[in-house]
Design a protein around this ligand. Structure first.
Ligand code: MN
Ligand code: MN
Length: 356
């Protein structure tokens, strides 16, 4: 998934506390505030949950980050192999999500299958009859105990030269951005988010296309997909400094005007407030969401499997009660095609690993 930037905002206040430079901070920023807030298991605070994790598991959080990445990488190869033109998008999403679980992970968010001018946040509904065609972006996430890998590929299903060029530009921009990050981090030089955006923008513009200016990469924390810093796809002059942590870099490339607008509701939701709703079914669904997804995105398609046709009513109530945020589909504002490439990278002191 991608982060949408509002009104030229380049970061969030929550990013300030992570803007330090020691390896210890990676451990600090991974304090699980979200899971403690929504957990049904009564964890007192993030520190308790972190201690619990180190005691109860033989895997460190870094192991989990890398394992989630390996699974995401394998699933991406699987997706490339199975996806054919005219296949149902629901079949693609379900197959990918099953594969994630078969390999020992959990989906960190519903598989996004966004076509052509739809830049992001399209996931099939439970009765979706849409088929794969055009320029298809597959954005998938894997988590192990809340440690996330977020990655995306674009596929040309039309044998179109323009599609292929857009896709290549997104891959080149991602590659150049990661190369810049690796070089600077390994030399222990200061690296700002603005410099990464500049590299992405220059690469894309050198191919004759435009980056999407109001979509961006993001920092990742435990059970928190869009946390802390924003990684822009343009030179926004941000001087926020990249410190050790987990980040998704995701250039979006278009032959249109380089901006997205909100489209229809996507059926992708996120828990934002656990306050008690009025009806029993809404309470039951909310409890399930809190336990199963915590603050990670989920979709109505998943809930229909568990609650059947009561799902729509419950989700509507939870949205009205202010428990959930529903993401809108994101559409290129001139209805032009969009390609995306995305990797998750782990930065420790002096070292960068592409986890996906
Ligand atoms: Mn992302
Ligand atoms: Mn993504």
């Amino acid at each position: 998934m991608t982060e949408k930037q509002y009104g030229g905002q380049t970061g969030r206040s929550s990013g300030e506390k992570v803007n330090k430079t020691s390896d210890n901070n990676l451990k600090q920023i991974t304090t699980n505030k979200v899971s403690s807030k929504f957990s049904q298991q009564g964890r007192a605070d993030g520190i308790a949950s972190r201690e619990e994790e180190t005691k109860s598991s033989k895997f460190s959080y870094q192991d989990k980050i890398l394992l989630a990445g390996q699974i995401a990488s394998k699933v991406k190869e699987y997706a490339k192999k199975i996806i054919k033109k005219n296949m149902l998008l629901s079949e693609i999403a379900e197959n990918i999500e099953s594969k994630i679980q078969e390999l020992g992970g959990k989906p960190a968010f519903p598989v996004n299958t966004s076509i052509n001018e739809l830049a992001a946040h399209y996931t099939p509904s439970h009765n979706d009859s849409s088929i794969a065609h055009g320029l298809l972006k597959v954005d998938l996430g894997v988590h192990i105990d809340g440690w996330i890998a977020d990655t995306a590929i674009s596929i040309d299903l039309e044998n179109s030269e323009e599609n292929k060029k857009l896709i290549q530009a997104s891959k080149d921009a991602l590659e150049n951005a990661i190369e810049l990050v690796s070089k600077k981090i390994e030399k222990k030089e200061i690296l700002t988010t603005g410099e990464i955006g500049k590299k992405i923008q220059e690469t894309i513009e050198s191919k004759g296309f435009l980056p999407i200016i109001n979509l961006s990469g993001h920092q990742i924390e435990k059970y928190n997909l869009h946390a802390g810093l924003t990684i822009p796809n343009i030179d926004n002059k941000s001087t926020e400094i990249i410190s050790p942590g987990l980040y998704a870099i995701e250039p979006f490339v278009t032959n249109g005007n380089g901006k997205i607008r909100d489209g229809k509701p996507s059926g992708i939701y996120m828990l934002t407030n656990p306050k008690t709703p009025r009806t029993p079914i809404a309470r039951e669904v909310l409890e399930y969401i809190g336990e199963k997804y915590q603050a990670l995105p989920f979709c109505s398609r998943w809930l229909v499997k568990k609650f059947g046709m009561k799902t729509t009513f419950a989700l509507k109530q939870l949205e009205e009660n202010g428990n959930l945020h529903q993401f809108p589909q994101l559409i290129e504002s001139s209805n032009s095609k969009v390609a995306q490439a995305e990797h998750t990278i782990l930065i420790t002191n002096g070292k960068v690993s592409v986890t996906t």
